[in-house]
Unconditional design. Structure first.
Length: 550
């Protein structure tokens, strides 16, 4: 029932897929294909409006871009310089909304931007841009620190020709948890969301798309889903369903990669944004979940989209060079990196072959014979994108009315539910932000002996158990790379903690020894190939002198 906490686990998933395969399900008002932040935002808004909405994700929720972004909920500062004030205003407004509605999940992150003699931009120009930025946000949030003031605030900055640094504000999140919380809001309002179900082809009623043939990737079962409107929110994969309808490709997949080092190795208290010494692209170093992240790159991604994106040798060297240029004191090497991640941005191609970093980052919506496709856009603006898609869907749903004054995305939780627990403020803040409307059920299910951090991270064992029991975990990488981020935060992907993880999976997921062994092996293979630290560089052996003729 909408509004109540109910099971959302692998057993529920199996039963729901069987019901869909039997043809007993309804004709849906809306079927959303894609379980990233864009699909989740559409799903949440549709369920709020009372539509019968089904969301299908071919892998795990947030498997693609939305678990491997740069974690920034930012207002699009760069778009002011490009003259795109509409996109900046939209982004700033949504950032402020998320900060108000989801503290503990979306939190302020101060930035420092160092300025150097004869380097662009000069402080006066950047200050003008930030004034516009702050006016849009309705909050004055920047100031200039002279070089002499930075000895305590940022003593590790490169000092040569340093004039000072501009401080300004943005926000940071756990992107995969943001997707999960948005999905849970839609489920509470009556929507249905299922992972590991892939759309194989569109179904037609004459010329118009009327549904999808889909496959349950866990069983191989095929089923037909009928819908009044199909929404293709698959991001970097959007061209696939559109191509079936004869549409030309429009997506330019761009890869952004990141390095993770221990927080003690590079202890930054705020994000540092600066230009790379080689190509002058923006790069940043920032604190996240107790570690320090270095990112990001911006390259054409030409690999198979169905394989996890992976950082390249060139990107690794590029990011280390950036960090060592700006933070020379730390002298980082590949040996300092404990994990990496790479995501693929679904950017709309201009067709002009411009530098990847100069492509526009706004979203587009296409109506292809009744199938609405949406791609592009930003993590921050998912609510706006969702409403725009539903406005377009209204042409096929005559009774649909969108209110002019949109309601909050998130149901506010009551943090007093955690009273009586011996928890530090940071944990209370974290639980409130991550679980939101599920906080009462989370509190009721807490086992006090699991109110302990996992391996020294900021993740608690109680979070991991809750996710295994209630957040549709199908595979171990769902649990350790997206429901929690253990695989990104601990050396070896958290291998040292797997015995205790096994006990939880046995109790909550019913995994026997054989299933655990398969899941563990698959997870470690994924981690080593796509999330592990880069291999140390091996110097080629010195060439041996050629022997002379006998």
């Amino acid at each position: 029932m909408a509004g109540e906490h109910a099971a959302w686990n692998e057993r529920w998933r199996h039963a729901e897929c069987q019901r869909l395969a039997s043809g007993a399900g309804p004709v849906w008002d809306l079927v959303v294909v894609g379980g990233g932040i864009t699909g989740a935002g559409i799903f949440r808004e549709a369920a709020r409006l009372g539509l019968r909405v089904l969301l299908l994700e071919q892998r795990d929720f947030a498997w693609g871009t939305s678990s491997r972004s740069s974690k920034m909920v930012h207002g699009g500062l760069r778009y002011i310089a490009e003259g795109d004030f509409r996109l900046t205003q939209e982004s700033v407004t949504e950032r402020q909304r998320l900060l108000r509605e989801a503290p503990g999940l979306v939190d302020p992150l101060p930035f420092l931007y160092p300025h150097y003699r004869k380097a662009f931009p000069p402080p006066w120009l950047f200050s003008i841009v930030l004034m516009i930025y702050d006016v849009m946000a309705g909050k004055w949030n920047h100031r200039f620190h002279r070089a002499s003031e930075l000895f305590l605030r940022a003593p590790w900055l490169r000092r040569e020709n340093l004039l000072g640094a501009m401080q300004f504000g943005d926000a940071v999140t756990d992107d995969a948890r943001l997707v999960l919380r948005v999905l849970r809001e839609g489920i509470r309002d009556g929507g249905t969301a299922i992972n590991y179900v892939a759309a194989r082809r569109t179904l037609r009623d004459g010329a118009r798309v009327s549904g999808l043939e889909v496959e349950d990737l866990e069983t191989g079962d095929s089923m037909e889903i009928r819908a009044r409107v199909v929404v293709n929110a698959t991001g970097a994969w959007a061209d696939r369903l559109r191509g079936e309808l004869g549409r030309d490709p429009v997506i330019r997949p761009l890869r952004g990669s990141h390095l993770v080092v221990p927080g003690w190795r590079v202890p930054v208290g705020q994000a540092i944004s600066f230009r790379h010494p080689e190509d002058k692209r923006p790069v940043f170093v920032f604190p996240w979940e107790g570690v320090t992240v270095i990112g990001t790159t911006d390259l054409d991604h030409r690999d198979d989209l169905d394989l996890e994106a992976t950082i390249s040798e060139v990107e690794t060297d590029y990011l280390l060079a950036a960090a060592n240029h700006q933070l020379p004191h730390y002298r980082l090497t590949r040996g300092d990196v404990i994990s990496t991640w790479s995501g693929v941005r679904p950017v709309i191609s201009s067709g002009s072959g411009v530098d990847p970093s100069k492509e526009k980052r706004d979203h587009s919506i296409w109506d292809d014979a009744g199938m609405l496709s949406v791609s592009g856009g930003k993590l921050t603006t998912f609510r706006v994108i969702g409403r725009e898609v539903l406005e377009r869907a209204a042409a096929y749903l005559p009774n649909l009315r969108l209110p002019d004054d949109p309601a909050p995305v998130f149901t506010p939780p009551d943090p007093r539910l955690l009273d009586g627990l011996s928890l530090p403020w940071g944990a209370r803040h974290r639980f409130t932000g991550r679980f939101g409307a599920d906080l009462p059920a989370f509190r009721a299910a807490l086992e006090t002996d699991e109110l302990k951090p996992v391996g020294g991270t900021r993740t608690w064992w109680s979070e991991l158990r809750w996710a295994a029991r209630n957040e549709l975990v199908v595979h171990l990488d769902d649990l350790l790379l997206r429901r929690t981020r253990i695989g990104m935060l601990l050396p070896g992907g958290g291998a040292a903690e797997l015995d205790r993880v096994r006990a939880i999976c046995s109790e909550e997921l019913g995994w026997d020894r054989k299933r655990w062994s398969l899941e563990r092996e698959a997870y470690l293979d994924i981690w080593k190939a796509h999330y592990g630290p880069p291999a140390p560089k091996v110097r080629p052996p010195h060439p041996q002198p050629e022997e002379g003729p006998a």
